[in-house]
Design a protein around this ligand. Structure first.
Ligand code: GNR
Ligand code: NI
Length: 156
């Protein structure tokens, strides 16, 4: 659902990035072992991340980057990027080093985001436990019904 994804995000610890900024979503770009060799300017853009759903923050980053990488066939290439492409390259490049956009924003916002996720996780666990208990109750009810039905037939 995103315009970029780093292997790190799907627990593959290789320096691999895929991106697709096209409307048709059929223009996959692959960066293997990317290295940003030049950074230029600065700009602010609101970022989001598949790994931290529904969190957005304006983040300052270099406006342009020059990146060297290998493509999916192993061929080396150099890419001059600006705009959204430069933004996504830097966002994904950070993922490869375990860095998230909230690490580059307001520290208080980062802390608040972490607290929110802890609470979210806690609620998720509580709900799962409730569901489990409900399922157990229903299973017990069914078992009881079966037993009483059996007792009734054996009496006849
Ligand atoms: O889909 C994504 N959109 C996006 C928007 C602004 C800055 C960065 C991104 S990357 C993100 C997908 C993602 O989390 N990739 O790691
Ligand atoms: Ni991301």
């Amino acid at each position: 659902k995103g315009i970029g994804l780093a292997a790190t995000q799907v627990d593959v610890h290789e320096r691999v990035v895929v991106m697709d900024l096209s409307e048709s979503r059929d223009q996959l770009q692959v960066l293997i072992n990317p290295v940003i060799i030049e950074r230029d300017g600065e700009t602010v853009y609101e970022e989001g991340c598949l790994s931290i759903p529904k969190v957005y923050e304006k983040i300052e980053r270099p406006e342009k980057v020059k990146v060297q990488a290998f493509d999916e066939k192993g061929a080396p290439f150099t890419l001059d990027a600006d705009g959204l492409l430069a933004r996504v390259i830097q966002h994904e490049y950070d993922h490869l080093d375990g860095v998230l956009f909230i690490d580059r924003g307001d520290p208080e916002f980062k802390q608040a985001t972490i607290e929110n996720f802890k609470r979210r996780e806690e609620r998720r666990r509580e709900k799962a436990a409730q569901k489990e208990a409900q399922a157990r109750k229903i299973a017990a009810k069914i078992a009881h019904k079966k037993q009483t039905a059996q007792e009734a037939t054996s009496r006849c």
